[in-house]
Design a protein around this ligand. Sequence first.
Ligand SMILES: CC(C)[C@H](C(=O)O)[C@@H](O)C(=O)O
Ligand code: SF4
Length: 468
Amino acid sequence: MSAKTLYDKIWDAHLAHEAEDGTCLLYIDRHLVHEVTSPQAFEGLRMAGRFVRAPDKTIAVPDHNVPTTEGRENPEAMTEDSRIQVAALDKNAKDFGIHYYPVDDVRQGIVHIVGPEQGWTLPGMTVVCGDSHTATHGAFGALAHGIGTSEVEHVLATQTLIQRKGKNMKVEITGKLRPGVTAKDITLSVIGATGTAGGTGYVIEYCGEAIRDLSMEGRMTVCNMAIEGGARAGLIAPDETTYQYIKGRPHAPKGGQWEQAMEWWKTLYSDDDAHWDKVVTIKGEEIAPVVTWGTSPEDVLPITETVPTPESFSGGKVEAARRALDYMGLAPGQKLTDIEIDTVFIGSCTNGRIEDLRAAAEILKGKKVKEGMRAMVVPGSGLVRAQAEEEGLADIFREAGFEWRLAGCSMCLAMNPDQLAPGERCASTSNRNFEGRQGYKGRTHLMSPAMAAAAAVTGHLTDVREMT
Ligand SMILES: CC(C)[C@H](C(=O)O)[C@@H](O)C(=O)O
Ligand code: SF4
């Protein structure tokens, strides 16, 4: 048998059919559903008189539209569009008998945080969700594809997905990270190096010592942004860290089933002589705490740098950079640490997990946010929130002047009440800095939770290494 990558192995184990032209039918183990991309899919089923093929493998949770303030169960708290989408998910979950975490359930949260937390996401699985950041689940060594609404309907009805096989790309992060450098800096630096199209057509497997050293939270942060690098999915081979995280979670296998699962999980690695279509290697020691300066996740630089001149780029990127600087209200040559901010958002499926909150609280302990700063922490799930309260993190945030919110996508995207006003500038732990992403004419700088906390205190983008 020829050598295989981890991607090849999971793919082959789920291949139900391959047509002559290479179109394949993959069996899907887990289907995660949120309120934005599912209403038409369920409507399609209803109109065709079909049902959900595997309701036990289908898990729904509202996250994008939900307000993050107290009293949010009240329909009045939402815009009409949001209300309709959330009400549709409520009804569809009940009508079709799928697993559901409604807005008043402590387990509710961002779909990509809830899935792993509840033990739905397991190594070697195929996972889909009508959401581009499904890549997050790849941190468990699961093949996780973001899909569109028509595909959501197809998976609901058949538990299969039509796909073509992607190419294999290896991203190796060697050695150790330096102090102050986190998973977010890894994933942003990879995109900085490869560009937002660098992964197009590929499934990326992240490996190397710096990846192995990451917690599951950190690995999820890395895989979450595989999609921003253009890849179809991101993967990390499971190991002891993975098994420890999974063990005992509500839907994780137990007893004999655990042993059986482990037999399969232990085979989930890329063979030494497997073929890679593309390889990128980055030295862990050379990664710095980074921030984005522009309107694409690839517009990333170490915090010690200055805003680039558009002419320093080539091709179409010259004009793109000019436009980005204009939108961001920045001047070439300006020190990144001189950029003043008025808003801080800590949360999202990239950085809304307990470890992220711990890292931010560590910086904020005994400090106050800069006067006039609007700073909020939005835990990625109700359980993350509860744990943070138990650990005393919520008190640290509140005492520092942060708002302590309920779980949801929140200010990661402008689909709910948490938004930037035109011209506002945000230090954000989310994953996208596109024009208008956090609100019309809002300006976003992406960074790690520790860096965002540091900026909240000083009022400008800050090198977290100077905050101790
Ligand atoms: C709303 C949803 C379809 C979208 C996605 O696919 O990623 C959102 O989660 C995002 O992050 O932009
Ligand atoms: S937190 Fe942001 S990136 Fe993640 S699913 Fe929600 S909107 Fe998308």
